[in-house]
Design a protein around this ligand. Structure first.
Ligand code: GLY
Length: 372
């Protein structure tokens, strides 16, 4: 019997599996052998992840008879840059990498996004395997094929849709994750309940603490349900022409908070999304769409996960409503000057409002920033 949960992502010829379980990195080499005829593999990681988990990765590859070439970047968002993308591609070229080689992104969202983009560009596409090592990457960024780097113009503005051939989510790796990162990933898990799965939301109300404590059955269930939700939405709308935008619940507000913060370490992406989701729900309430009782339930699940849900108390600086709205106008979903917002009619009833009234949003934000 398999020691993992399998979640298929159905994308025709580009379909792939997400495998979720404990200890899967030790089977990485065997999994890679099924994907390549080459006897070598390229692995990209960051210095923190590699220090913690590089040895087991190396051993697994060597047991499978694979030679490993590793490229280790400094940990942190700054590695998602043109400069590091260029270095990575030059390294692959120097190593003589070809289209039928496999490159493994072994790390969190930064490594996954950068390596994914490099894989898409290398000789117009080499095989990519994602081994996400953070909770956020396991439930969100490693799945669905979004790859990107940041530039001085903003975050993730240069990128490509490029699907991996396999995602190996080893929940055993999460034990070495700092608490803050764990909570940031939890926000994205709650998101799936809030989008369209009230049953999962209710399950998190009862069991969220066990998910956060990484109790095996609970964390694997939470990661699997999240991946199933993401796989379903990505299969329906790979390139975000419509329904995939729902995955951005809380992100328009959240990205604006991150931008106002200079994408600094005081506010992690998942933390911004947690606060952003509460803002989206409270704004839905202001429009008469959602009950305050439902807003409070969502707030409690996120706050119970240690996330700051009150924007007036959020760390990272003095936020101004006008700056946040200006940042919202830079959102990638903006079309012909219309800023869409993901709002909700109730728990698990998110929908896309195609054209938000930004004057009203600004008024709402200035009230929220004054405190509840
Ligand atoms: N993280 C949102 C998406 O993959 O579409």
């Amino acid at each position: 019997m398999d020691n993992f949960i399998r979640v298929p992502v159905e994308l025709g010829a580009r379909s792939y599996d997400i495998r979720i379980g404990s200890g899967l990195v030790s089977q990485l080499g065997q999994n890679l052998k099924d994907l390549t005829r080459q006897s070598r593999v390229f692995v990209v990681s960051d210095n923190v992840v590699w220090g913690l988990h590089g040895r087991v990765c190396r051993q697994s590859l060597s047991e499978a008879g694979l030679t490993m070439h590793d490229f280790v970047l400094p940990a942190g968002e700054a590695s998602k840059s043109w400069a590091h993308l260029g270095e990575l591609l030059d390294w692959l070229l120097e190593c003589g990498a070809n289209r039928d080689d496999v490159i493994v992104a072994f790390g969190g969202g930064v490594i996954g996004d950068l390596t994914g983009l490099a894989a898409s560009l290398m000789k117009r596409g080499m095989s990519l395997v994602q081994v996400p090592t953070t909770l956020l990457a396991q439930v969100d960024s490693s799945v669905g094929g979004k790859t990107a780097i940041n530039t001085e113009h903003g975050k993730n503005l240069i990128g490509a849709f490029y699907q991996p051939r396999l995602v190996l989510a080893d929940i055993g790796l999460l034990h070495s994750l700092p608490d803050r990162q764990r909570r940031a990933g939890y926000a994205e898990i709650v998101k799936y309940g809030l989008i369209d799965d009230p049953e999962f939301f209710a399950w998190l109300e009862s069991h969220g603490d066990k998910v956060l404590n990484l109790q095996a059955d609970y964390i694997s269930h939470a990661v699997a349900v999240s991946c199933q939700a993401k796989a379903r939405i990505v299969a329906a709308d790979e390139r975000e022409g419509g329904v995939r935008a729902l995955l951005n619940l809380g992100h328009t507000f959240g990205h604006a908070l991150e931008a106002a913060n200079g994408y600094g370490p005081d506010l992690l992406h998942g933390e911004a999304v947690g606060t952003g989701m509460v803002l989206a729900l409270r704004y839905s309430h202001r429009l008469g769409l959602m009950s305050m009782a439902d807003c409070i339930r969502a707030d409690q699940v996120l706050a119970g996960g240690g996330l700051e849900t009150d924007v007036s108390k959020l760390s990272g600086g003095a936020y101004r409503a006008a700056d946040l709205v200006a940042a919202m106008k830079q959102d990638k979903k903006v079309r012909s000057g219309h800023v869409p917002l993901i709002l909700s009619k109730g728990l698990g009833m998110a929908f896309i409002l195609p054209d938000a009234d930004l004057k009203d949003v600004q008024q709402f934000l200035s009230e929220e920033l004054q405190g509840r």
